[in-house]
Ligand binder design. Sequence first.
Ligand code: ZN
Length: 159
Amino acid sequence: MIPPSVPEPHLDSLYQEVILDHNRRPRNFKLLPNATQYCHGLNPLCGDEYHLYLIVDKAAQKITDVGFQGQGCAISKASASIMTTEIKGKPVQEATALKDAFIEMLIKETIPDQTREKIGRLTLFEGVKEFPIRVKCATLAWHALADALKGVSEHEEKD
Ligand code: ZN
């Protein structure tokens, strides 16, 4: 749950619509009991907390299924939800490249066109940069993804 002291940023209305939709109806919001990879992600600055489950086909190096559960602010939940729709069925390498590009977008002042191309519709989170305290809300699920793929089961966003 979002602490009352942290206001929701006023994002561009179209982007906000997508984020609110994923917040209301998160996709792949499920536990995967047969997950091969798992990470518990925590963002103490906002109180966002999620469990990320992946099924990786080791031979094909492909993410065949993904699910998440947990709670947090609209940005963190929408980011996790959209992430799951982006990485499901993707080769691990592609999902990792997308993660790198997404995080680059959120932490760098300007991003090269090739990074922007890679990110595609995820650029809708670019507006979050105007609210530095919320950047970690947006990156939480992606950092948890990186850790899950590495076999690290705990991730905490830090300053
Ligand atoms: Zn948050």
